[in-house]
Design a protein around this ligand. Sequence first.
Ligand SMILES: [Zn+2]
Ligand SMILES: [Zn+2]
Length: 341
Amino acid sequence: MITVYLQSPGQIGLREAPEPTPGPGQALLRVRAAGVCGSDIGAFRGANPLVKYPRVLGHELACEVVSVPGDPEQNPRGFRPGDAVAVDPYLFCGRCYPCSIGRTNCCEALRVLGVHVDGGMAEYFAHPADMLIRLPPGLDWVRAALAEPLAIALHGLRRASLKAGERIAISGAGPIGLLAAMASIRAGAVPIMIDPLESRLQAAQALGVRHALRPGPGLAGEIAAITGGRMAEAVMEASGAAQAVAASLEIASHAGRVVLTGWPKAAITLDTAIITRKELTVSGARTSGASELGEALSIIAGGEADVSALLTRVVPAADLPGAIREISDHPERFMKVVATF
Ligand SMILES: [Zn+2]
Ligand SMILES: [Zn+2]
């Protein structure tokens, strides 16, 4: 079978590999669509210290079941060959403290497909059968592959305790930020999108975001004007840019919630007196839980968020190495790329 193989940073290509043999509790899957994530580009560039090389990339996956354990304990959802599924790509230990309280998404020993272990940019792929989610009827492979990044966005909104009627300032109009904006509109909230790139602000407006702002010294004043002086009840930082992280405290309301989902490249100095003075709740948001993946699939299948508006390009799997190089060279030209297998 063909795999998309990252030998070392910058060295990517197609490579023949034997079909995987499923281990205990695993299903064998025929991959049908795989989304390219910012983290795949980070792995290609050598910018993610968690990535071990060589590595098969890919964690945003829609697949067809080829074989699955018969034992209902290993296959609790009763999958059968031919079923269409999405993949929860966050392998957890089940024993550590976060796992013991149901927060497996931030397991101490979390292993992410395409980062710590080989991913699913391959014709075939083996994965625990109890980490698969059935696709709603009628959902195509390409849109199904967009459920995983939507689940990340939903997890961020959940960590922000976003409620209908609130304003949520979202820094970074990349796929996660835009999906968070779409999901917050669906939740009855008002997104305020912040990004330095005009093209990305226009993309946000095309998705129905009314407030699209550039970062900078005037930002807090603009958000004060939009919110009648209150500032944003919720802030989701999805860029990882140092200035945006610092600004997230400024643009939050008193008693507001700030969620940090972007990954900064270095330590950032913050004026924590703002957290105390406003009594902010500052949280991290990492990956997503299985329930959020199921929620994302039903939002997409139900037409409640037009995620295909984010698609820059759909490419055949053989074009993935070239597409990944191109995205790395010109990230501003791409929102979301999905490959079909
Ligand atoms: Zn991703
Ligand atoms: Zn764990």
